[in-house]
Design a protein around this ligand. Structure first.
Ligand code: PXP
Length: 239
Protein backbone atom coordinates (compact mmCIF):
# COMPACT_ATOMS: atom_id res chain seq x y z
CA UNK A 1 0.00 0.00 0.00
CA UNK A 2 1.34 3.42 -0.97
CA UNK A 3 1.70 5.73 2.03
CA UNK A 4 0.39 9.28 1.98
CA UNK A 5 2.87 11.67 3.57
CA UNK A 6 1.48 15.19 3.91
CA UNK A 7 3.90 18.04 3.41
CA UNK A 8 2.92 20.75 5.92
CA UNK A 9 5.13 23.59 4.63
CA UNK A 10 2.09 25.58 3.47
CA UNK A 11 0.56 25.47 6.95
CA UNK A 12 3.78 27.04 8.26
CA UNK A 13 3.63 29.67 5.49
CA UNK A 14 0.19 30.70 6.72
CA UNK A 15 1.34 30.82 10.34
CA UNK A 16 4.39 32.92 9.45
CA UNK A 17 2.23 35.51 7.68
CA UNK A 18 1.12 36.92 11.07
CA UNK A 19 3.99 36.12 13.39
CA UNK A 20 1.91 34.24 15.99
CA UNK A 21 1.26 30.52 16.24
CA UNK A 22 -1.94 30.23 14.17
CA UNK A 23 -2.37 27.82 12.57
CA UNK A 24 -0.37 25.61 14.93
CA UNK A 25 1.90 23.46 12.77
CA UNK A 26 2.36 20.71 15.35
CA UNK A 27 -1.38 20.48 16.01
CA UNK A 28 -2.01 20.34 12.26
CA UNK A 29 0.47 17.46 11.90
CA UNK A 30 -1.19 15.55 14.72
CA UNK A 31 -4.65 16.06 13.22
CA UNK A 32 -3.45 15.02 9.77
CA UNK A 33 -2.15 11.80 11.29
CA UNK A 34 -5.42 11.22 13.18
CA UNK A 35 -7.29 11.70 9.91
CA UNK A 36 -5.31 8.86 8.37
CA UNK A 37 -2.13 10.18 6.77
CA UNK A 38 0.75 7.75 7.13
CA UNK A 39 3.49 10.34 7.27
CA UNK A 40 4.42 13.98 7.74
CA UNK A 41 6.92 15.74 5.49
CA UNK A 42 8.68 19.05 6.04
CA UNK A 43 11.16 20.93 3.90
CA UNK A 44 12.97 23.42 6.16
CA UNK A 45 14.89 26.06 4.23
CA UNK A 46 17.82 28.15 5.46
CA UNK A 47 15.71 31.36 5.55
CA UNK A 48 12.95 29.58 7.59
CA UNK A 49 10.32 31.10 5.30
CA UNK A 50 7.93 28.29 6.15
CA UNK A 51 9.11 25.43 8.38
CA UNK A 52 11.53 26.63 11.07
CA UNK A 53 14.28 24.63 12.70
CA UNK A 54 12.34 24.79 15.96
CA UNK A 55 9.31 23.21 14.20
CA UNK A 56 11.47 20.28 13.14
CA UNK A 57 12.48 19.53 16.75
CA UNK A 58 8.90 19.90 18.03
CA UNK A 59 7.51 17.74 15.25
CA UNK A 60 10.03 15.02 16.04
CA UNK A 61 8.44 14.77 19.51
CA UNK A 62 4.87 14.84 18.20
CA UNK A 63 4.80 12.84 14.97
CA UNK A 64 3.81 9.22 15.51
CA UNK A 65 3.76 8.11 11.86
CA UNK A 66 6.68 8.42 9.45
CA UNK A 67 8.63 11.66 9.69
CA UNK A 68 10.32 12.70 6.44
CA UNK A 69 12.61 15.72 6.23
CA UNK A 70 13.53 17.04 2.79
CA UNK A 71 16.30 19.43 2.00
CA UNK A 72 19.56 20.38 0.40
CA UNK A 73 22.36 18.63 2.29
CA UNK A 74 24.30 21.65 3.58
CA UNK A 75 26.37 21.02 6.72
CA UNK A 76 23.70 22.85 8.73
CA UNK A 77 20.94 20.66 7.35
CA UNK A 78 22.94 17.49 7.95
CA UNK A 79 23.74 18.47 11.55
CA UNK A 80 20.04 19.05 12.19
CA UNK A 81 18.79 15.79 10.69
CA UNK A 82 21.54 13.78 12.39
CA UNK A 83 20.33 15.23 15.70
CA UNK A 84 16.62 14.80 14.99
CA UNK A 85 16.92 11.38 13.34
CA UNK A 86 13.69 11.28 11.31
CA UNK A 87 12.66 8.01 9.68
CA UNK A 88 13.63 9.33 6.28
CA UNK A 89 15.67 12.15 4.78
CA UNK A 90 14.97 13.12 1.17
CA UNK A 91 17.92 14.87 -0.43
CA UNK A 92 17.00 17.58 -2.92
CA UNK A 93 19.43 19.64 -4.98
CA UNK A 94 17.58 22.97 -4.80
CA UNK A 95 19.56 26.12 -4.07
CA UNK A 96 18.48 28.10 -0.95
CA UNK A 97 16.72 30.82 -2.99
CA UNK A 98 14.53 28.41 -5.02
CA UNK A 99 10.79 28.91 -4.43
CA UNK A 100 10.31 25.17 -4.58
CA UNK A 101 12.29 22.15 -5.75
CA UNK A 102 12.68 22.45 -9.49
CA UNK A 103 14.89 19.54 -10.58
CA UNK A 104 16.15 16.16 -9.52
CA UNK A 105 19.81 15.43 -8.74
CA UNK A 106 22.49 15.24 -11.35
CA UNK A 107 23.53 11.89 -9.88
CA UNK A 108 26.46 11.56 -12.27
CA UNK A 109 28.23 14.82 -11.36
CA UNK A 110 27.42 14.60 -7.65
CA UNK A 111 27.80 10.86 -7.21
CA UNK A 112 30.72 10.83 -4.78
CA UNK A 113 29.29 13.65 -2.65
CA UNK A 114 25.93 11.85 -2.46
CA UNK A 115 27.58 8.52 -1.66
CA UNK A 116 29.34 10.06 1.32
CA UNK A 117 26.20 11.82 2.61
CA UNK A 118 24.00 8.75 2.13
CA UNK A 119 26.46 6.67 4.16
CA UNK A 120 26.57 9.29 6.95
CA UNK A 121 22.79 9.35 7.25
CA UNK A 122 22.39 5.59 7.02
CA UNK A 123 24.98 5.03 9.73
CA UNK A 124 22.72 7.11 12.00
CA UNK A 125 19.84 4.75 11.18
CA UNK A 126 18.10 7.16 8.78
CA UNK A 127 16.60 5.91 5.53
CA UNK A 128 17.64 8.03 2.55
CA UNK A 129 15.77 8.98 -0.59
CA UNK A 130 17.18 10.98 -3.50
CA UNK A 131 15.01 13.32 -5.59
CA UNK A 132 15.33 12.25 -9.22
CA UNK A 133 13.99 13.27 -12.62
CA UNK A 134 12.06 10.50 -14.41
CA UNK A 135 14.96 9.32 -16.56
CA UNK A 136 15.60 5.56 -16.42
CA UNK A 137 19.26 6.00 -17.38
CA UNK A 138 19.88 7.90 -14.12
CA UNK A 139 18.71 5.05 -11.90
CA UNK A 140 21.92 2.99 -11.94
CA UNK A 141 23.89 6.10 -10.95
CA UNK A 142 21.42 6.84 -8.16
CA UNK A 143 21.73 3.23 -6.99
CA UNK A 144 25.50 3.49 -6.83
CA UNK A 145 25.23 6.26 -4.22
CA UNK A 146 23.86 3.57 -1.87
CA UNK A 147 20.53 5.36 -1.40
CA UNK A 148 17.60 3.29 -0.13
CA UNK A 149 15.00 5.00 -2.30
CA UNK A 150 14.48 7.53 -5.04
CA UNK A 151 11.71 10.12 -5.09
CA UNK A 152 10.44 10.73 -8.61
CA UNK A 153 10.01 14.42 -9.37
CA UNK A 154 6.45 14.48 -10.67
CA UNK A 155 6.07 18.04 -11.97
CA UNK A 156 6.31 17.00 -15.64
CA UNK A 157 3.63 14.37 -15.03
CA UNK A 158 1.32 16.96 -13.45
CA UNK A 159 1.83 19.35 -16.37
CA UNK A 160 1.29 16.70 -19.07
CA UNK A 161 -1.53 14.77 -17.38
CA UNK A 162 -4.54 16.91 -18.41
CA UNK A 163 -3.81 16.73 -22.14
CA UNK A 164 -2.11 13.34 -22.49
CA UNK A 165 -1.94 11.10 -19.42
CA UNK A 166 -0.46 8.12 -21.31
CA UNK A 167 2.56 10.03 -22.52
CA UNK A 168 2.92 11.96 -19.22
CA UNK A 169 3.19 8.75 -17.19
CA UNK A 170 5.47 6.85 -19.57
CA UNK A 171 8.90 8.06 -18.30
CA UNK A 172 7.75 7.45 -14.73
CA UNK A 173 6.77 3.85 -15.46
CA UNK A 174 10.12 3.26 -17.20
CA UNK A 175 12.06 4.80 -14.29
CA UNK A 176 10.03 2.84 -11.73
CA UNK A 177 10.79 -0.42 -13.56
CA UNK A 178 14.50 0.43 -13.61
CA UNK A 179 14.39 1.26 -9.89
CA UNK A 180 12.88 -2.15 -9.14
CA UNK A 181 15.69 -3.84 -11.13
CA UNK A 182 18.25 -2.05 -8.95
CA UNK A 183 16.42 -2.85 -5.71
CA UNK A 184 15.59 0.79 -4.98
CA UNK A 185 12.45 1.78 -3.13
CA UNK A 186 10.23 4.29 -4.87
CA UNK A 187 8.63 7.52 -3.62
CA UNK A 188 7.12 10.34 -5.67
CA UNK A 189 6.14 13.93 -5.19
CA UNK A 190 5.64 17.47 -6.44
CA UNK A 191 2.42 18.83 -7.92
CA UNK A 192 0.48 15.66 -7.25
CA UNK A 193 -3.16 16.57 -6.70
CA UNK A 194 -6.64 15.17 -6.18
CA UNK A 195 -7.12 15.10 -9.96
CA UNK A 196 -3.89 13.42 -11.03
CA UNK A 197 -3.13 11.16 -8.04
CA UNK A 198 -5.19 8.09 -8.85
CA UNK A 199 -3.90 7.73 -12.41
CA UNK A 200 -0.31 8.09 -11.18
CA UNK A 201 -0.57 5.65 -8.28
CA UNK A 202 -2.44 3.04 -10.30
CA UNK A 203 0.15 3.07 -13.11
CA UNK A 204 3.38 3.07 -11.10
CA UNK A 205 4.46 -0.32 -9.79
CA UNK A 206 5.84 -0.60 -6.26
CA UNK A 207 5.12 2.98 -5.26
CA UNK A 208 5.92 3.14 -1.54
CA UNK A 209 5.07 6.74 -0.71
CA UNK A 210 3.78 9.99 -2.15
CA UNK A 211 4.42 13.33 -0.47
CA UNK A 212 1.83 15.98 -1.20
CA UNK A 213 1.62 19.51 0.13
CA UNK A 214 0.39 22.41 -1.96
CA UNK A 215 -2.67 20.87 -3.61
CA UNK A 216 -3.80 19.00 -0.50
CA UNK A 217 -3.57 22.01 1.80
CA UNK A 218 -5.32 24.16 -0.84
CA UNK A 219 -8.16 21.64 -1.17
CA UNK A 220 -8.46 21.50 2.63
CA UNK A 221 -9.55 25.16 2.63
CA UNK A 222 -12.68 24.16 0.74
CA UNK A 223 -13.24 20.57 1.79
CA UNK A 224 -11.88 20.54 5.35
CA UNK A 225 -8.70 18.82 6.46
CA UNK A 226 -10.21 15.52 7.58
CA UNK A 227 -12.29 15.13 4.45
CA UNK A 228 -9.36 16.08 2.20
CA UNK A 229 -6.95 13.59 3.76
CA UNK A 230 -9.59 10.88 3.34
CA UNK A 231 -10.33 11.86 -0.26
CA UNK A 232 -6.64 11.77 -1.18
CA UNK A 233 -6.25 8.38 0.49
CA UNK A 234 -9.23 7.10 -1.46
CA UNK A 235 -7.70 8.30 -4.73
CA UNK A 236 -4.42 6.66 -3.78
CA UNK A 237 -5.89 3.28 -3.00
CA UNK A 238 -9.00 2.80 -5.13
CA UNK A 239 -8.53 0.18 -7.87
N1 PXP B 1 8.85 16.49 -2.92
C1 PXP B 1 9.78 17.46 -2.86
C2 PXP B 1 11.22 17.08 -2.96
C3 PXP B 1 9.44 18.81 -2.67
O1 PXP B 1 10.37 19.76 -2.61
C4 PXP B 1 8.07 19.14 -2.53
C5 PXP B 1 7.68 20.58 -2.30
O2 PXP B 1 8.22 21.01 -1.10
C6 PXP B 1 7.12 18.09 -2.61
C7 PXP B 1 7.54 16.80 -2.81
C8 PXP B 1 5.65 18.36 -2.47
O3 PXP B 1 5.23 19.14 -3.56
P1 PXP B 1 3.78 19.80 -3.56
O4 PXP B 1 3.78 20.85 -2.48
O5 PXP B 1 3.65 20.36 -4.93
O6 PXP B 1 2.80 18.70 -3.27
Amino acid sequence: MTKLSVNINKIATLRNARGGNDPDVVKAAMRIEQFGAEGITVHPRPDERHIRRSDVYQLKEAVTTEFNIEGYPSEDFLRMVLEVKPHQVTLVPDPPEAITSNAGWDVITHQSMLREIVARLQSAGIRVSIFLNPQPELVEHAASTGTDRIELYTESYAVGFPSNPESAIQPFVATAEEAAKHGLGLNAGHDLSFRNLHYFASHIPNLLEVSIGHALVSDALFWGLENTVNLYKRELHRP
